[in-house]
Design a protein around this ligand. Structure first.
Ligand SMILES: C[S@@+](CC[C@H](N)C(=O)[O-])C[C@H]1O[C@@H](n2cnc3c(N)ncnc32)[C@H](O)[C@@H]1O
Length: 195
């Protein structure tokens, strides 16, 4: 309940950045990591962790040599994550600075990027900078996973995002509908084409 209130409060103050009135469900979080093997020495980045619904599931799957950097612009969410999820390295910053943030964390590559960013409401310049960063850091064969709400999945903006991502990563996304989320959502997972 606290997490729901926290997200609602952030949404009222900053609707475009927060992008949702409530955290995602545990079912959606599980689906976001279902196809990923995080047991080895992987480097994982979570964008827009918010209250940490995905973060906790990611942390449960991380092997001992794996590292996960969670990046959120909201200092309150980051402080909460640092306390509640010490297995993950939570930093306050913009996903638009992905390359600099992963470099300062000492990541020499990124294997998996898991995003809860509200691309549908972010300013276009921020989305463009985030996509540039993803292309700059994600290794060939690495994955990018995000979700889109089912009701807005056919909307032009959502379709344009998928097209752009597919063009940049050289692959088409695997798609999985999660009903147990309010609202239901498609998990989309791209694997970056090996050169
Ligand atoms: C819809 S919430 C998602 C939270 C959580 N992943 C979930 O699914 O419940 C979006 C999150 O993205 C964060 N965010 C928005 N713009 C961002 C940016 N440019 N860089 C990093 N985080 C950002 C917000 O602060 C918020 O925590």
């Amino acid at each position: 309940m606290n997490e729901h209130l926290a997200m609602l409060g952030r949404f009222v103050r900053s609707p475009r950045t927060t992008g949702a009135v409530a955290p995602s469900s545990r079912a959606l979080a599980s689906a976001m990591v279902a196809d990923l093997d995080l047991s080895g020495p992987v480097r994982v980045v979570e964008l827009g962790p918010g209250t940490g619904v995905f973060t906790r599931v990611i942390a449960e799957h991380l092997g001992p040599a794996a590292r996960c950097l969670a990046i959120d612009v909201d200092p309150g969410f980051v402080e909460q994550l640092q306390r509640r999820c010490p297995r993950v390295e939570a930093v306050c910053g913009s996903a638009a600075d992905l390359q600099a943030l992963t470099a300062s964390a000492g990541f020499d590559r990124v294997d998996h990027i898991i995003s809860g960013l509200p691309f549908a409401s972010l300013p276009a310049a921020v989305t463009a900078a985030v996509l540039d960063g993803i292309v700059a850091v994600l290794r060939p064969g690495g994955t990018f996973t995000t979700f889109q709400y089912a009701h807005s999945y056919p909307a032009p903006l959502a379709r344009a995002f998928r097209r752009e991502m597919s063009a940049r990563l050289g692959s088409r996304p695997a798609r999985h509908l999660v009903w147990r989320n309010v609202p239901p959502a498609y998990v989309l997972g791209w694997s970056r084409r090996c050169a």
